[in-house]
Design a protein around this ligand. Structure first.
Ligand code: TXA
Ligand code: MG
Length: 344
């Protein structure tokens, strides 16, 4: 059931009291806390099991609030905000003086986003009401345990975090289904750190030139650019967005069939996920409902990966959508999931 006005009002009050509220966005569900409350922000890290030097995105009710959190906002960042907010893009900017170290992991930058979801916006507006004098924002990572698959429904959040959150607002399944695109606007030119809901082509249309794309996981990039962030094993965070099952990527339906059949013969419990039906699969292979083209694939990806774990599959062989548009974000997540190899 979609959250009612009363649910939203109660959730805003919980946030103001230092509570944790999971809320829907168009990308994935977020685990929110008052971004100006260091104790509440610390609870996010505790509940997620996330290292505290790993910065959080601050969600805002509208672009006007940017200057309460960031300084020296470049023209290109304003262009992107105008074009895509509310929407699935996070801008990294130089942090303002009132931004907490707990939110940025001590970094000099802050990630800001105005989400495009009626429940998220209603919550943000309610929470911001009467706080015009101070920055009102909701710090929120994806509402999953650290390193796992992001939630795209309220039920996913409940399954992952259960009683560790004070409220879960239901806003239906996330319509985009993969996280926001992260664009670092603190350098000479915008750099894409994470592929996501806004495609690189659309960024290029707005900027008038194609942006640089960092093909390193965003977290490692942040680490490398700001060594003060603390030492962590390089590559550790390539392992992300992962189900318990091993993920293998096959570029074609034929390759997926061959690989799945071989794995089944070797005794594995195997599932296949592809844009379309895979012909002549061995009956022992579990064929998941086809994921469709890039946009549909992005929308259902995390639910399918969760389904794989519910089915207690050992290996899921995935044929990704072609590159371009949301296909790039889906391929990025699958690459990271495949890099994880977490033993069950
Ligand atoms: O779509 C989304 O972005 C969702 C929804 C809830 O808004 N949020 C999300 O948050 O995916 P999270 O915390 O799961 O991923 C945010 C990524 C992390 O890898 C974090 O390290 C990076 O953004 N990030 C945030 N602030 C940063 C900063 N100041 N510098 C570098 N990286 C930053
Ligand atoms: Mg996340």
């Amino acid at each position: 059931m979609t959250a009612s006005d009363e649910d939203i009002e109660r959730a805003a009050a919980l946030l103001a009291e230092g509570g944790l509220v999971a809320f829907p966005t168009e990308t994935v569900y977020g685990l929110g806390a008052n971004a100006s409350d260091p104790v509440a922000v610390a609870r996010i890290f505790a509940v997620k099991g996330r290292p505290t030097d790993h910065p959080l995105i601050v969600h805002l009710a509208d672009a006007l609030a940017v200057d309460q959190w960031a300084v020296s906002v470049p023209t290109e960042a304003r262009l992107l905000a105008d074009a895509f907010w509310p929407g699935p893009i996070t801008l990294l900017l130089a942090r303002g003086p009132r931004t907490l170290d707990e939110v940025t992991g001590g970094r000099p930058t802050i990630g800001l986003r105005v989400p495009d979801h009626p429940v998220a916006l209603a919550l943000l507006r309610r929470f911001s009401a009467g706080r015009a004098d101070r920055p009102a924002g909701i710090a929120a990572p994806s509402a999953n345990r650290f390193g796992r698959v992001s939630p795209t429904t309220a039920a996913h959040v409940a399954a992952d975090l259960g009683d560790d959150v004070d409220a879960i607002l239901d806003g239906g399944p996330s319509v985009i289904g993969v996280e926001s695109t992260i664009v670092d606007c603190t350098g000479d030119a915008p750099v894409v750190l994470r592929l996501g809901g806004v495609s690189v082509a659309r960024l290029g249309d707005v900027l008038g030139h194609p942006p640089a794309v960092m093909h390193t996981p965003a977290d490692e990039v942040a680490e490398r650019r700001e060594p003060s962030g603390g030492a962590r094993a390089p590559g550790m965070l390539a392992a992300h967005y992962a189900p318990l099952a091993r993920v293998e990527v096959s570029e074609t339906l034929d390759a997926a069939r061959t690989r799945a059949d071989a794995l089944v013969r070797a005794g594995d419990r195997v599932a296949v996920l592809a844009p379309t039906v895979v012909d002549s699969l061995s009956p022992d292979v579990i064929e998941l409902e086809p994921a469709g083209g890039a946009e549909d694939f992005a929308r259902v990806l995390y639910e399918r990966l969760r389904q794989v774990d519910r089915l207690q599959v050992d290996v899921v062989v995935v044929v990704p959508p072609p590159p371009g548009g949301l296909g790039d974000a889906v391929r990025d997540r699958l690459r990271r999931a495949a890099a994880s190899h977490q033993p069950r």
